[in-house]
Design a protein around this ligand. Sequence first.
Ligand code: FAD
Ligand code: PYC
Length: 416
Amino acid sequence: MQKKYSWYSLLKAGLSNQEWDKAIPLCKPKPKYDVIIIGGGGHGLATAYYLAKECGITNVAVVEKGYIGGGNTGRNTTIIRSNYLRDEASSLYEHSMRLWEGLSEDLNFNVMFSQRGVYNLGHTLQDMRDIERRVNANVLNGVDAVVVDHKEIKEQIPIINTSKNVRYPIMGASFQARAGVARHDGVAWGFARAASNLGVDIIQNCEVIDIEVEEGRVKGVKTTQGDIFADQIGCVSAGHSSVIAKMAGLRLPVESHPLQAFVSEAMKPILHTVVMSNAVHGYVSQSDKGDLVIGAGIDGYNSYAQRGSAKIVEHCAAAILELFPIFSRVRMNRQWGGIVDVCPDACPVISPTKVEGLYFNCGWGTGGFKATPGSGNVFAHTIAQDKQHELAVPFHIDRFTTGALIDEHGAAGVAH
Ligand code: FAD
Ligand code: PYC
């Protein structure tokens, strides 16, 4: 039976936190699990959720060195779209998009998925040819996408600068209406609570410091909270994937780069959609709270520090101002960086490895937030069946030796 509250007791509970249920219990590791997931970002938590929900594997631990969502999941600019060029990639991202469309209901947690549309701008004739090619491919793959010209863009976004007298005049764009944004850390919390309700242990402040391998098979992990055994281990640790791989004697085709973003003070609603430009390396949307959420291109050097250099932010701010001169007096509140794991073909790795029982899900680079539910879903099935999910097959790690690369630099390009 539901407990009855008076207005007074509700106010008291609200102000004191006393009667709030914990969203997820604080877990200590058990000695052994069927599956350990390394990394409590959105992808790791989604993997654990789908392992429990769709594969019936609930003896699962998610081991996170900091707090859940504290990596790229809580640092990204939350752009969600599925308008990739290649069949392999667009199928995977569209699978994710469909999961996004039912996610709040599925998790019983409002992830604030808002399908406000995404424009990918074109500034040259070659950009427009590439956009037309990509939109045609999208339509053939059942992904909603249209080409729009600069007049339509101006009609839809009156504050954008479509003057010809700028460094990168806007000629047109691709537009995906079902694309949009979501509440990034809410996604981590939603998956965590739903996984935890199904029996998954979410263990925070627990860093994996080594992976135990015996006779070519994983045995477990050494962590800052002790040794934990497992039959299978899924590594979903984004910018630190190659560090984890090294623990098992593996080398990944991944480079770690800083990627930066910044937010402004909050304003009344002024930008109702998402605008991205590959050419100027900038993208902007307005959050439901009212601040402008702006992101840059990667810093060109490799680093594990979650910050970047001032010149990239300066370059990005200048580019956004050229697109939106009206923002020139908006004050910026905060800036930060994440560490993204970039593969040479701008596509992820979702794959078993030569160590039995050890799987990697990484290399999402600058664009993995949009893939969170889809990635977790196909990775869970890959681990559960010890066989790649059909959508994951093209993303096997072997493609870097066979040469079957999936070049998505065009669609991923804005921040690469
Ligand atoms: P993470 O959220 O980084 O999770 C990995 C976790 O592993 C971390 O929490 C980390 O602490 C943990 N970990 C690492 N090492 C260990 C260890 N030894 N032991 C235990 N745990 C460990 N993508 C989009 O689709 N749209 C965007 O608009 C977008 N914008 C971005 C903007 C910025 C500034 C950044 C940085 C990224 C952006 N991305 C975007 C990319 C996106 O954020 C990532 O691809 C995605 O969030 C990766 O999710 P994840 O769960 O794999 O990684
Ligand atoms: O992949 O859409 C994307 C993206 C936007 C900003 C960073 N990555």
